[in-house]
Design a protein around this ligand. Structure first.
Ligand SMILES: C[S@@+](CC[C@H](N)C(=O)[O-])C[C@H]1O[C@@H](n2cnc3c(N)ncnc32)[C@H](O)[C@@H]1O
Length: 586
C-alpha cells in the first residue's frame, strides 16, 4: 500500500491519537516517522488545502480520489520539497498532475487572500493558527553542553532572535524570540513556531528538544565529581541520560579526563535502540555505558562494577498524565466531495476534532498512555485507581532497589504524572520503608536543593504528603496550563550520608573485576561467566558482542512488556539472583 493510502487510513481511523495510530501500528509498511510528518503537516495546512481543492474542483474531475487522499497528495505537490513521492506513471500522481497548473494558481490565490507576501510568511501564519492552545507553550530547547554553549547558539542558530525577559513574552511575540531560562542552566524557551528540527544544531545533537520540567531530575541530582558514578535506571529515549552526561562533562576541569561513568539501563530492547542513537548523537558515548534490554531490578547493587555509584536517577514508566497534547488528535479540514455537497448543509466545513473524517462523533474517554504510546482506556474511577495502584507499586519497587546501592548518597525520583499515587504517595512509602531507615535515606529538603529548583515555586501537595509540609515543600511539581509553559511533572530528591557498606545485605562474597561473584559466603567457587552463557538462551544479534566479552545474557527477556505486569518482577528475585540476568554493556 502506498504512503498516501496508509496515511489516509491513519487519518480516517476512529480511535486513538495520531501518535498511537502511527507508532502503535506494527503493520505500517511506510516508515512511521514519514507517515507522522505527512499526516501532521497535512492537518496543519488543511484549511488552505481545502480551499485550493474545492476551488480547483479537483474532486469533481477525479472521482476516484477521496477528500483525505486529495489533501495528502495536494499537500506534497504544493509544499513538499520532493513533491509527490510516487512515480510519474502512478495513477494517483497522474490524477493530481493533470491539475497542477490550476492547483498552483489556487494556492497563490489562497495565500494572497491571507495577505501573506510569501509561502514562508503563509507557513508562519498557518503554524501559529494550528498551534492554537499549544502556542501558549514555548519550545524548550536544551543546549547540549557536550557539544556547544549557550553563547555559541545565541550567536549562530538564534542570531536573528529577539531576547525577551519571560516565557510569556516568547509565546506572545509574533516574531522570533527566546528567553534564557531562569531556573535550569543551558535551557532556552523559543518561539513555538520555530522549526528547530530543520536546523543544523538540532540534527547534530547540539540542541535537544526537552521540556523544562523534564530537565528537573538531572539538575536536581546535581552529580559532582566527588559523587562518583551515576546510574540512569530507566533511560530511553535518553533525554535525562544525555543531560546527566552533559552535567558530568561540564564539571571536568579543562585538560583532565572524565573519571565518572553514567550507566544507563533500559529494559525495552526496541526503546534501547533509540537510547543508543540519542547518546551517540548527543556526543555522550564516552561518558555513558548503556545496557540494552536490561531490567534495572535485575542489576545487582552490590556488584563491584557499581561500587562507586553515588547518584541514581529514577524516571520510571508512569501514567503519562502530565504530558502535553498526548491525547490530542489534530483537526483536519476536509474538502467537500461533489456528492457530499448535496447531502450536507453548505455551511458545514466538516471540521472534526479527535476523530477520523468518516467517524461518528466520539465521546472523549480518559486514557492513560504508556511509554510506547499504548493507550489504556479508563472507563471508571475504579479502573483508574487499579491502574495507578499497579504503576505505583512498580515505581516503589524500583525506588527501593535504588536505595540498595552501597555508595549511593543522592537519588532523584520523577514521573510525568499528575497523580499523587505515583508521586507524593510513593515518596512517603519509600521514606517509611525498612531499607530507607536502615540506610539512612531521607528527603532532600527544599533549602538544600540546587538554586534553580529551590527557587521553583510549584511544590508538592501537603494533603498528598500526609499533612507533612516539609515533605510537600521538598517535592517539586509542575502543572500544565498554569502559565509557566511546562508539562505536568513531579520530582523528589533523596539523600543520605555516604556509608561505603559495600558488603551490606549481600554477604562477604568475593567478586571478579566485573563484579561477578566467584566465591560465595562459604568461600565455595560459584558459576563462571562462560558457564552462565551456556545456560542462557541464544543471544540476539545485538547481544553477540556482549557474549563475546563473557557478559551475561538475559534468560527472561520480557522487554516487550512495559506495563504494570512488571510489578511481578519480584524484588527479592532481582536482588538475590546473580545468574543469567545481566545484559552487560554495549
Ligand atoms: C518514562 S520513560 C524514561 C524517559 C527517560 N528518562 C528520558 O528522559 O528520556 C521510562 C522508561 O523506563 C523503561 N523501564 C521500565 N521499567 C524498567 C526497568 N525495570 N528497568 C529498566 N528500564 C525500565 C521503559 O521501557 C521506558 O523506556
Amino acid at each position: 500500500m502506498s504512503l498516501y493510502h496508509e496515511t489516509a487510513d491513519v487519518l480516517s481511523a476512529t480511535s486513538g491519537n495520531l501518535k498511537t495510530r502511527i507508532f502503535g501500528n506494527k503493520d505500517l509498511k511506510s516508515p512511521q516517522q514519514v507517515v507522522y510528518a505527512l499526516a501532521l503537516e497535512t492537518c496543519k495546512w488543511s484549511p488552505v488545502l481545502k480551499e485550493v481543492i474545492e476551488n480547483s474542483e479537483l474532486l469533481r474531475h477525479e472521482r476516484k480520489l477521496s477528500p483525505v487522499l486529495a489533501l495528502l497528495l495536494v499537500h506534497d505537490l504544493l509544499l513538499s520539497k520532493k513533491g509527490i513521492a510516487l512515480p510519474a506513471t502512478h495513477g494517483l500522481r497522474a490524477s493530481i498532475d493533470r491539475h497542477k497548473a490550476r492547483l498552483n494558481a489556487e494556492f497563490t490565490r489562497a495565500r494572497l487572500r491571507r495577505k501573506a507576501g510569501s509561502v514562508e510568511a503563509l507557513r508562519q501564519q498557518i503554524t501559529a493558527e494550528f498551534l492554537g492552545d499549544a502556542a501558549d507553550y514555548p519550545r524548550w530547547v536544551r543546549v547540549n553542553a557536550l557539544k556547544t554553549t549557550v553563547e555559541d547558539q545565541l550567536a549562530t542558530t538564534f542570531a536573528d532572535f529577539t531576547r525577551v525577559l519571560s516565557v510569556k513574552e516568547v509565546t506572545a511575540s509574533p516574531t522570533k524570540s527566546l528567553h534564557v531560562d531562569d531556573h535550569i542552566p543551558n535551557l532556552l524557551a523559543v518561539s513555538p513556531s520555530f522549526q528547530i528540527t530543520k536546523t543544523e544544531a538540532y540534527t547534530s545533537g547540539a540542541l535537544i528538544l526537552q521540556d523544562k520540567a523534564s530537565c528537573f531530575p538531572a539538575y536536581l541530582l546535581d552529580p559532582r565529581s566527588e559523587d562518583g558514578d551515576v546510574i540512569d535506571s530507566c533511560a530511553a529515549p535518553g533525554n535525562k541520560t544525555t543531560h546527566l552526561a552533559a552535567i558530568v562533562h561540564s564539571r571536568v576541569p579543562e585538560n583532565e579526563e572524565c573519571s565518572q561513568t553514567v550507566y544507563a539501563f533500559e529494559k525495552d530492547s526496541k526503546r534501547s535502540r533509540t537510547l543508543e542513537k540519542m547518546v551517540k548523537i548527543a556526543g555522550a558515548k564516552d561518558i555513558t555505558r548503556m545496557s540494552f534490554g536490561q531490567d534495572f531490578l535485575r542489576v545487582d547493587p552490590n556488584s563491584g562494577l557499581f561500587k562507586n555509584v553515588g547518584c541514581l536517577l529514577l524516571d520510571p514508566s508512569c501514567s503519562g498524565s502530565g504530558i502535553l497534547g498526548r491525547d490530542d488528535m489534530p483537526t483536519i479540514h476536509l474538502p467537500e466531495a461533489p456528492d457530499a455537497a448535496k447531502k450536507q448543509p453548505a455551511t458545514s466545513n466538516r471540521k472534526r476534532k479527535r476523530e477520523g473524517p468518516d467517524a461518528a462523533a466520539e465521546k472523549p474517554q480518559p486514557i492513560l498512555v504508556d511509554d510506547d504510546g499504548k493507550e489504556t482506556v479508563v472507563s471508571s474511577e475504579k479502573e483508574l485507581k487499579a491502574r495507578l495502584e499497579a504503576l505505583s507499586s512498580f515505581q516503589l519497587i524500583l525506588l527501593l532497589h535504588a536505595f540498595k546501592f552501597p555508595a549511593a548518597k543522592k537519588i532523584t525520583y520523577s514521573t510525568c504524572s499528575i497523580h499523587a499515587e505515583e508521586n507524593e504517595h510513593v515518596v512517603l512509602k519509600a521514606l517509611q520503608s525498612d531499607i530507607a531507615r536502615e540506610r539512612g535515606w531521607r528527603i532532600l529538603p527544599r533549602d538544600q536543593q540546587v538554586r534553580g529548583l529551590r527557587d521553583w515555586p510549584v511544590r508538592g501537595s501537603v494533603d498528598a504528603s500526609g499533612g507533612d509540609a516539609d515533605i510537600a515543600e521538598a517535592c517539586i511539581r509542575s502543572y500544565q496550563d498554569d502559565g509557566r509553559g511546562v508539562m505536568g511533572f513531579f520530582v523528589a530528591g533523596f539523600v543520605r550520608d555516604a556509608r561505603p557498606d559495600f558488603e551490606d545485605g549481600d554477604g562477604p562474597y568475593l567478586r571478579d573485576e566485573d563484579g561477578l561473584i566467584i566465591r560465595d559466603v562459604m568461600g565455595m567457587p560459584t558459576l563462571k561467566p562462560g558457564m552462565r552463557t551456556e545456560l542462557s538462551k541464544p543471544a540476539s544479534a545485538g547481544q553477540d558482542a556482549q557474549e563475546s566479552r563473557g557478559d551475561h545474557v538475559d534468560e527472561d527477556d520480557d522487554s516487550d512488556s512495559d506495563d504494570s505486569s512488571d510489578v511481578s518482577s519480584d524484588e527479592n528475585d532481582a536482588s538475590n539472583s546473580d545468574e543469567g540476568e545481566w545484559n552487560g554493556f554495549d
